[in-house]
Ligand binder design. Sequence first.
Ligand code: HEC
Ligand code: HEC
Ligand code: HEC
Ligand code: HEC
Length: 114
Amino acid sequence: MMKKSLLASVLFVAGFALATSVVAGNNLADRHAQNGLECAQCHVEEVPSKAPKMDMCLKCHGDSYEELGKASAGKKPNPHYTHVGDKECAVCHKGHKEPEFFCNDCHKFKVQVP
Ligand code: HEC
Ligand code: HEC
Ligand code: HEC
Ligand code: HEC
């Protein structure tokens, strides 16, 4: 009897862990959380209400668009050095939903946005 209820609780815990790992999504914000980031490291606000500005992203990613563009210079097309200027990161890198390669409003690049 003891053994059975112990087994049941082990299964319960395992099932719970599985359920939460499925619930935890894989959007950009989730992947940052997996690297230990708090919401406020992107958002400034403790209780986020709007999209973060790119200055927040650049604190950790290259300091400037220029540096970011150098880092991705080998990519075709380079998504960070373009004829449309320095766009807000979230135009392509969505925090909590599917990313979007906005260049393809006009072009047909085969590109995956992380
Ligand atoms: C406090 C530091 C920090 C901030 C702020 C931050 N990031 Fe990151 N970012 C990281 C770390 C750490 C990783 C994971 C390691 C890596 O790939 O460099 C990462 C990874 C990424 C990746 C690659 C993800 C992947 O799964 O391939 C992208 C794209 C990215 N960040 C974009 C952004 C954008 C856009 C913002 C602003 C909305 C932002 N980051 C804000 C630290 C930060
Ligand atoms: C026009 C869309 C677009 C915008 C705007 C954009 N990115 Fe990206 N980003 C991409 C794409 C596409 C990739 C993947 C490049 C590849 O691997 O081919 C990428 C990759 C990255 C990566 C992964 C490392 C790398 O260089 O491959 C980071 C970090 C990143 N972007 C950060 C940023 C930050 C920070 C901003 C804003 C300052 C930003 N991006 C703005 C499209 C964009
Ligand atoms: C990688 C940086 C990043 C992290 C970490 C992050 N967010 Fe966001 N968040 C964004 C971006 C970018 C947007 C703009 C909308 C989008 O792209 O989904 C956003 C938008 C939002 C919004 C506004 C909703 C809207 O439709 O514009 C809320 C609320 C929010 N985030 C809450 C949170 C909470 C709560 C956390 C922590 C659990 C968090 N965010 C962590 C990047 C981040
Ligand atoms: C509003 C429409 C529009 C958007 C958005 C746009 N482009 Fe363009 N792009 C054009 C036009 C028009 C040309 C010039 C005609 C041509 O050469 O195809 C061009 C030319 C180019 C070229 C040089 C020509 C070539 O095909 O080698 C590259 C590279 C390019 N764009 C990349 C980008 C990238 C990367 C983005 C996103 C950051 C982007 N474009 C966003 C319309 C756009």
